[in-house]
Ligand binder design. Structure first.
Ligand SMILES: *Cc1c(COP(=O)(O)O)cnc(C)c1O
Length: 473
């Protein structure tokens, strides 16, 4: 018998000891990785299908030892990894998988506890309230807002759209249909809003993409006009989704003016602050969030700019009663617990199972504390502003949008083709990863700063690579 073919320990103590050894080795591996992330190409140099071809076509019949699995992890899997945790990762949006959260994820997996309702894991139910309450305070959001953790902002916003429907068209809950409902969001909002409307049955054609102003912010006058037009056509406006920090440009919709319109028509107002919500922790950024307290719900992703690894999306609402109406299928008299303090997470969304995500947020908030997190956010914003001014003073480049947070959009003063070639050259260097977007029908380069390990030198290097690529085309 080949011992390697029968590596899985069959008695419990040996199984646990096997973990102890592999677990220590994995922590060593992680520490080495974090110490030397810069050694890796940010973008891997692989072709589609390469990884699938390098792995066996079917799973093993007999268990294999950790060492063999780790070997393939290093040799095959790592080759196909895009290093989002790399300090020179500047694509899409900010993110960091920080060490306290890595530890917490390991502990949560070990406990494997599932917070369906309070009794199935009081720690999951209560720590989620505590961590989200702390975060609410940091962001300056008043008391009375309840939080729930989901996986991603896309899921969160879909839940908000269900709440909007429950709020304005409660009969749809039982009867289905929901014909003629209309949802409003800006033409710069994230695609998840449209997807949510599709999933909820509002339908893609009933999502109005409200035009934006020169700085990519939703135009309240255009919103009001669209609502009036729909009302006179016999349609039923049901909700508005504003964005604080849009995906392309991080523009900020005028939430106060939008809230006034929502109030006039009694519509649910959801605010998507998936990326920029973290900036509310900085008093000097609070003005971007004016009017947020008049919304009915908002989302902020801890897995973006809050040092928490994917996934953790925080949903807040000041109308938990509407949420419960939408998602609670258990009659009140059959409550698993009668105690009003027993929070049942299954009443606040589609999933029944509820992962212990709160643990990593709680670890992150305690480990770093508010001051350190504020310092990190301030550095990122300052470096983005510094990059913006370098771009502004360079004759061959121009900025494509204002930069209120830590994202800079800019372009080489040339053709789209030339800008595409610059992007390609910069990213194929492996030294950094920047992304692109399209603004006013033009191809634009997008640099998002937000990793804990990033220094100004990383940003400067990306800028140097861009200039070098531009000089070579
Ligand atoms: C990133 C982002 C999303 C999508 O977030 P997921 O968590 O990946 O679903 C939605 N809206 C905005 C404004 C974003 O920045």
């Amino acid at each position: 018998m080949d011992p390697a073919q029968h590596a899985t320990p069959t008695d419990w103590p040996a199984y646990v000891e096997d973990f102890r050894r592999a677990g220590h080795a994995a922590v060593e591996w992680i520490a080495d990785y974090l110490a030397e992330t810069r050694r890796f190409r940010v973008l891997p140099a692989v072709t589609p299908g390469e990884l699938q071809d390098a792995l066996p076509k079917s799973a093993p019949d007999a268990g294999e030892p950790f060492d063999r699995i780790m070997e393939d992890f290093d040799r095959v899997i790592m080759r196909g990894v895009t290093h989002w945790n790399h300090p020179a990762f500047f694509a899409y949006f900010a993110c960091t998988g920080s060490t306290p959260a890595i530890v917490a994820e390991m502990l949560a997996a070990a406990l494997n506890t599932n917070g369906l309702h309070w009794l199935t894991s009081p720690a999951v139910a209560e720590l989620e309230q505590v961590a989200l309450g702390w975060l609410r305070q940091w962001m300056g959001v008043p008391e009375g807002w309840t939080g729930v953790i989901y996986d991603t902002a896309s899921t969160t916003s879909m839940h908000a759209i269900v709440c909007a429907r429950e709020f304005t068209a409660p009969e749809v809950h039982a009867e289905g249909g929901g014909r003629n409902l209309v949802l409003y969001t800006s033409e710069q909002s994230h695609s998840s809003i449209e997807k949510g409307a599709i999933a909820v049955g509002i339908g893609q054609n009933n999502v109005r993409k409200v035009p934006v102003d020169a700085e990519f912010r939703m135009r309240p006058d255009a919103l009001a006009a669209l609502i009036e037009r729909d009302l006179s056509a016999g349609l039923r406006p049901c909700g508005i989704v504003a964005t604080i920090g849009t995906t392309s440009t991080t523009s900020v919709d005028p939430v106060s003016a939008i809230a006034a319109i929502a109030e006039r028509h009694n519509l649910w107002l959801h605010v998507d602050a998936a990326y920029a919500g973290a900036a509310a922790i900085l008093p000097e950024c609070r003005h971007h969030f004016a009017g947020l307290e008049r919304a009915h719900s908002f989302v902020v992703n801890a897995h973006k700019w809050l040092l928490t690894p994917i996934d953790l999306s925080a949903f807040y609402t000041r109308r938990p009663d509407v949420m419960r109406r939408a998602f609670s299928l258990v009659p009140e008299y059959l409550r698993p617990q009668q105690d009003p303090r027993a929070h049942n997470l299954m009443d606040y969304g589609i999933p029944l199972g509820h992962r212990f995500r709160a643990l990593k947020l709680w670890f992150v908030m305690r480990y770093f504390g508010r001051h350190r997190i504020q310092q990190v956010l301030r550095d990122h914003i300052a470096w983005a502003q510094r990059l913006a001014s370098l771009i502004d003073s360079h004759p061959d480049f121009e900025r494509a949008a204002p930069a209120p947070f830590s994202v800079v959009n800019f372009r080489f003063r040339g053709t789209d083709e030339q800008n595409r070639a610059i992007l390609e050259a910069v990213n194929s260097s492996g030294k950094t990863f920047i992304s692109s977007t399209v603004l006013h029908q033009r191809f634009v380069l997008h640099v998002a700063i937000g990793n804990l390990g990033t220094t100004w030198a990383d940003v400067e290097q990306a800028w140097e690579l861009v200039k070098k690529a531009a000089a070579e085309i």
